[in-house]
Design a protein. Structure first.
Ligand code: 2OX
Length: 493
């Protein structure tokens, strides 16, 4: 019996490898299309040198902090804020930070924008205070986007803020201001760099690999520079890692993750950085998440059925306010712009499924935020100030989603109902798992609410009276909580 089993085992292993390689070659270019692979039984896993460094979630205090932060601000700021989507009199509808590509601007010409970079209204202390007031627990800023322009005075390239009329470092003062306000600072970093002559989209010749090795050294230097110049950075969020050149150099992504974690103890790194030995991204060829949290959820939330059936990784989603503008675009009338309430709803929805949400801002070239973005900060801030306890440190509650809104759950057994849609009946239905009872329902900002058991395992909570102009929160006290909160099978959030 032993020999046939071994042969079968090896065959299966080969088959799996082929499938892994095949799917790796299929999944190029697009970001956000990665799916967790099916996990193999442990004995069938293939040996990887550059796969996941760890199985399962991190539970140290820094990861715990990242997880409990829940709400963050994303900031996309670079040369693209100057043209704001317009080149030579033509306004492009595509993402403003990609304007160089849409308008086919040669890199030299694009980098001439540096001569105009002078954000005299930039006030990092004011930024940090606005973000604090908005209720975000962390700020994630583009240190360098695809264009290659560095917001810090990197000594490894000329294309930095030091060589603009403004001259001064933009990152350091923001790091300090955030530290002073008690909010975490995180760095966005694009590996793809349009300004570097040694960047390659693919490796087809030994010369390509030679050039690309120089590029990887350059990038490593920049990352070491960021980590050592700003050691209070809490998180690195990588982007621009989808090209074949990087997938063929998965070893380097593993090396960078390890290097940053050595330089900055406790730092977190997103999955998008990573590729394994076979070029498989985000999840390695054995199906294990690489990095510390999944970061493919860009302008979308995880699918509760396909993505979150069994959740054993942390994740963070990020969203734009218009459909797809990260950097400053002068004309927001070109696409649908989310309302303040829709933005809030996505934040709540993410937390209800156990993830973090980053709300993106694209400051103007002068260093200030457009009025619409200031309004969002105010709106979210006012709401979080009143209702933040259903967001920070909260996660998936294990109850089936209802049409009126979302459930979250705190670290104990407190369950929150965040009501976005008020049913005509005024009754908010809650289905509980077998054995659980609702003992009490309380409006977060008011009194106790009537709870009626309607049928087995089902309750109606009476919505608060009056015209509730914004989403409101109800806290439930429950007894006999038996539900497992790490399984999404029964609850389509
Ligand atoms: C989409 C398809 C193919 C290649 C690249 C993209 N892409 C890149 N979409 N968004 C991006 C960048 N990531 C966001 C967080 C922004 O920085 C955006 O520019």
């Amino acid at each position: 019996m032993r020999i046939p089993y071994k042969i079968l085992f090896n065959l299966m292993k080969k088959l799996f490898l082929t499938v892994a390689l095949f799917s790796a070659t299929l999944s190029y270019a697009q970001v956000g299309t990665q799916q967790a692979s099916m996990k193999l039984p442990a004995e069938m896993e293939i040996k990887l040198e550059y796969g996941a460094d760890r199985l399962g979630k991190r539970y140290d205090k820094d990861m715990q902090k990242f997880r409990e932060n829940r709400l963050g601000a994303f900031v996309h700021w670079g040369l693209y804020a100057i043209p704001g989507g317009e080149w030579n009199g033509k306004v492009y509808h595509g993402a403003a930070e990609w304007l160089k590509a849409w308008a086919k601007v040669p890199i030299g010409e694009w980098l001439n924008l540096m001569e105009q970079w002078n954000p005299t209204d930039y006030n990092p202390v004011k930024w940090a205070k606005s973000f604090k007031k908005m209720g975000v627990k962390y700020v994630k800023i583009t240190t360098k986007h695809h264009e290659g322009f560095c917001l810090w005075p990197s000594k490894y390239t000329k294309h930095t803020v030091a060589n603009t009329p403004y001259k001064k470092d933009l990152i350091g003062p923001l790091v300090k201001a955030c530290n002073d306000e008690g909010i975490d600072i995180a760095f966005y970093f694009s590996v793809m760099d349009w300004s570097h002559p040694d960047y390659r989209y693919d490796i087809k010749t030994p010369e390509d690999q030679e050039a690309f090795n120089c590029f990887l050294d350059f990038t490593e230097n920049q990352l070491r520079e960021l980590a050592t110049t700003y050691p209070t950075v809490k998180d690195f969020w990588f982007d621009g890692t989808w090209d074949k050149s990087i997938k063929k150099n998965g070893w380097w992504t593993a090396k960078m993750e390890r290097m940053l974690k050595e330089l900055v103890p406790g730092v977190t790194v997103n999955s998008r950085l990573r590729a394994d030995d076979y070029g498989k991204r985000h999840f390695d060829s054995n199906g294990h998440l690489m990095g510390d949290y999944e970061s493919a959820y860009e302008r979308r939330l995880p699918d509760p059925v396909k993505d979150l059936q069994v959740v054993d990784w942390d994740w963070e989603a990020c969203m734009t306010v218009p459909e797809n503008q990260w950097g400053y675009h002068k004309d927001w009338s070109l696409s649908y712009v989310k309302t303040n309430e829709e933005i809030l709803e996505r934040v709540v929805h993410a937390v209800s499924m156990g993830g973090n949400m980053l709300v993106n801002f694209g400051p103007m070239a002068n260093g200030d935020f457009r009025k619409e973005e200031k309004d969002i900060m105010d709106y979210i801030g006012r709401w979080m100030n009143k209702n933040g306890e259903c967001i920070y440190g909260c996660g998936y509650a294990g109850l089936p989603k209802q049409d009126w809104g979302y459930f979250t759950k705190d670290k104990k057994d407190g369950i929150y109902m965040i009501v976005f849609n008020r049913p005509f009946s005024g009754m908010l239905r809650v289905n509980v798992p077998k054995g659980m009872q609702i003992e009490k329902a309380e409006s977060l900002n008011g009194g106790e609410l009537k709870v009626m058991e309607t049928t087995r395992n089902e309750y109606n909570v009476c919505a608060p009276k009056g015209n509730m102009s914004e989403p409101y929160v109800i806290k439930l006290q429950v007894k006999n909580k038996t539900v497992k909160t790490d399984q999404y099978r029964e609850a389509l959030t």
